[in-house]
Ligand binder design. Structure first.
Ligand code: BG6
Length: 474
């Protein structure tokens, strides 16, 4: 019983939250570089305040992040020391195509990731590569309006063709878009979309979503053509909405919220738009920009596995007076009286992970991959950079237990588990360094101060034992 041999234990990061070096070796500017900290952040992430370039009055944490660009060898050796079997990371599109619409890639960018993948190979760590983790080259935002424009499919196709060929034999696991459903919640953060005042926001977001879904199917097709060994996954931000009461209206509300996210995965796994989305868009007068061949492409090139992130469940209500929401991965949630919450208000619910795994597996019967899970906390390090993060150990251990139950008792097929931010990185929602997820502490604060020195927290040795025992020793 337990996890099968070859279960992929590891950790996950994204380029923009870890690499820094935002303009090194020809890298172009991307939307993800332009998310400042402070009050203006939320409005930028939502695509309401436009940010085309750095503004000297703001602080942009992604510019330097934790400078993994120059520290990756040391960081990967620490992952190897914990026994990682897999390391999920993302490629920064604007390192490979700085503007996005060039026909020739930037060799320095390609070489950087080749070196990184070879470093993983040295330790038998399988890279799991997210092709886009929210990032879009700013040139594509300015000139083409990002994913609202069909040309993005072509630019993305070029990126995929180049990387699949270049990294053939080095990378087998791919994810086409990180948290693809996030485009509906935070359009600039997730897809480089500014919504103009005169525009129909729904129409823009669903047009962009259609283009991403077509691009995802095309990527899956090319990946399989270049190397039939390639395994391509989608990636859902699983927000596990619970109805606030057993009132049928609340149950219906929870189902609708869930459908809003599942619709993307329905397309990527089943190859067609679900009826509930088509009807909903019809009512909203949104016409999907289907072109000749799209339908066949979506149908024929579905994904091999379903990746998803899970941090917390949420509570929703049909009652419009219930507006007292608390934090949670950009998905608003009402408080759940049965759960405790993290320092950032994300409600901690290990059983919710088991429920989510069952929901997704029952719906699709495809292998799952938990590609993000973890606890963001305000760690206090001693003078040596050591953190007694028992709260993180408790969170992870309970979630791994729940995941084991889903595998053992419920028969869910699971390929692997990558803890979010195995090394402290910049938070996507708040831009803070203070919100730490890592087993490895990084000496850097919210104002860009610190030595960037890496040190092991208590959870480092704990996770090492978890991996050594294949999830038995929690
Ligand atoms: C997911 C994203 O939404 O949650 C990550 O894919 C992000 O990029 C993670 O970092 C945790 O969220 P946050 O806001 O705590 O960094």
């Amino acid at each position: 019983m337990g996890f099968k041999d070859g279960f992929l234990w590891g950790g996950a990061t994204s380029a923009n939250q870890s690499e820094g070096a935002y303009n090194a070796d020809g890298r172009g500017l991307a939307n993800v570089d332009l998310s400042p900290t402070g009050d203006v952040r939320e409005s930028v992430l939502m695509g309401k305040t436009k940010m085309f370039d750095f503004d000297e009055n703001n602080y942009y944490p992604a510019k330097e992040a934790i400078d993994m660009y120059h520290h990756f060898k040391g960081d990967i050796s620490l992952f190897a020391e914990m026994g990682f079997k897999v390391y999920r990371l993302s490629i920064a599109w604007s390192r490979i195509f700085p503007k996005g619409d060039e026909t020739e890639p930037n060799e320095a960018g390609l070489q950087f990731y080749e070196d990184l993948f070879k470093e993983c190979q040295k330790y038998n760590i399988e890279p799991l590569v997210t092709i886009t983790h929210f990032d879009v080259p700013m040139h594509l935002v300015k000139e083409y309006g990002s994913w609202r424009n069909r040309k993005m499919v072509l630019f993305y196709e070029r990126l995929c063709t180049v990387i699949f060929n270049r990294y053939k034999g080095l990378v087998k696991y791919w994810i086409t878009f990180n948290e693809i459903n996030m485009v509906l919640e935070a359009p600039f953060l997730a897809a480089g979309l500014f919504i103009e005042e005169h525009e129909d926001a729904e129409a823009v977001k669903f047009t962009a979503s259609h283009h991403e879904l077509v691009a995802s199917a095309l990527a899956t097709k090319i990946a399989h053509e270049v190397d039939p060994e390639n395994m391509v996954g989608c990636m859902l931000a699983a927000n596990a909405p619970y109805p606030r009461t057993c009132h049928p209206q609340d149950i219906w509300k929870a189902k609708q919220v869930e459908n809003q996210s599942y619709f993307f995965i329905d397309v990527q796994v089943r190859g067609e738009y679900p009826a509930y989305t088509l009807k909903d868009l019809e009512r909203k007068n949104v016409v999907l920009p289907f072109e000749k061949g799209d339908q066949e492409l979506l149908k024929q090139h579905t994904v091999d596995f379903i990746g998803f992130s899970y941090y917390s469940s949420s509570v929703v209500s049909a009652d419009p007076t219930q507006t007292d929401t608390i934090g949670g991965n950009l998905f608003p949630s009402l408080p759940n009286p049965y759960l405790k919450a993290s320092d950032w208000g994300w409600q901690i619910d290990p059983l919710g992970l088991r429920i989510t795994m069952n929901n997704i597996y029952d719906r699709y019967q495809k292998p799952l991959f938990i590609v993000e899970n973890g606890l963001g906390a305000a760690d206090i390090a001693d003078e040596k950079g050591y953190v007694e993060d028992d709260y993180r150990i408790a969170y992870l251990s309970e979630h791994i237990q729940a995941m084991r139950d889903a595998v053992d008792y419920d028969g869910v097929e699971l390929l692997g588990y990558t803890v979010w931010g195995p090394i402290d990185i910049v938070s996507a929602s708040t831009g803070e360094m203070k919100k730490r997820y890592g087993f490895i502490y990084v000496d850097r604060d919210d104002h860009g101060q610190g030595t960037l020195k890496r040190s092991k927290k208590k959870s480092f040795e704990w996770y090492k034992k978890v991996i050594e025992s294949n999830g038995q020793n929690l």
